[in-house]
Design a binder for this molecule. Sequence first.
Ligand code: HAM
Length: 416
Amino acid sequence: VSRPKLQAPRGTQDVLPEHAADRLALEAAARGILEGAGYARIETPAFEATELFARGVGASTDIVQKEMYTFEDAGGRSLTLRPEGTAPVCRAYLEHGMHKAPQPVKLWYLSSFFRYERAQAGRYRQFWQVGAEAIGSDDPAVDAETITLLHALLTELGVRDVALRLGSLGRPATRATYRELLVGHLRAHEDLLSDDVRERIDLNPLRAFDADHAGTRQVMASAPLLVDHLAPEDAEHFAEVRARLDVAGIDHEVDPTLVRGLDYYTRTVFEFTSGVLGAQSAVGGGGRYDGLIEQLGGPPTPGIGWAAGVERILLGAEPRPQPRALCDLYVAGTTTAAFALATEARRAGLGVQLELAGRSEKGRLKAAARAGALWTALVHDDTGAIELRDMESGEQEPVESASAVVAQVIRGRHIA
Ligand code: HAM
């Protein structure tokens, strides 16, 4: 009987050992930059009540309408694999009373997320994001700072051909007035629009700016723009954000049509793209969500943040040289004495690999070289005699005891 081959589900991928170094470097860079700026790590559950995303991300978004992995558990609860991190972090902020801590509360995460999307290069059904959220202040300095931190991260990781687009959506009242204006414009040119856009004129007219459809694009070319209709406080907030990006030397382009795929945004929105990523060029994005916490049942609380796709960062970065494995000592022996030597060396803090495949004495040396060992301890099967070989020079000497091997390797490490 032949059975179908088992494979990772469509849109998912294994993170293999050869990818580990790049991911570790990304995590180290994110930790350095974000924790240096006072952000603390948070990890929320991989699944949440479906209601959180329906209310937080917004019922009219693609994410909620067609991309969520939603299931009922054995207890009859509707749960959803998290499609994004902002709503969960805000839920945690509320649940743990973080409004009592000094504001803004600054949190970062590196986690995997799930969206039922059409899989292609740079777009997956399970993907990783590094993200940062600053909750509890509407100061434009928070907007500019958080954008600056993402810029620093992309720069440190060597993401190529990066550009920043920035916009402001104003606050809900402004947006409601503007929305009427836009709906009026779309209605006036309804016959030119794609079916998709026409069906959603009332639900989400802003998405029309996102369309590829030629007729829709023609209509949008003359559409009214929100940036031209901002309330004075919002226009001033936006100008303050931009002034700070200018002093930080961060080039940006104001894009009045910047649309993000989530409903919670207010005021500042932004997106970093990389020119080397092809169709999925958005490497990271975010914005302000001053109404979200209230939407989730909390007191009015401003917030802003971003998330960047880990796979896209790695695709967009210069390839890095693979670092060498760290093996101080290869114990080329199979006896219990060899095992004891390896254990003693590890307890002394050394990186130690042990002969595990019963190779011949010649084969063991080859394996030690492959492992990149600095030293090899040849433990003879019959006599128990130990010889220590300096793998770089090829010099080999008899050594009295396991302790002497450990001492010699530690000394060698200090000289190196
Ligand atoms: P987002 O724009 O949906 O925002 O996702 C942020 C980034 O995650 C994207 O720029 C992209 O790099 C990556 N990404 C998204 N979907 C996929 C996918 N299917 N495959 C691979 N990478 C993907 C958010 O998720 C918001 N929570 C960001 C935010 C935080 N806004 C405020 N705070």
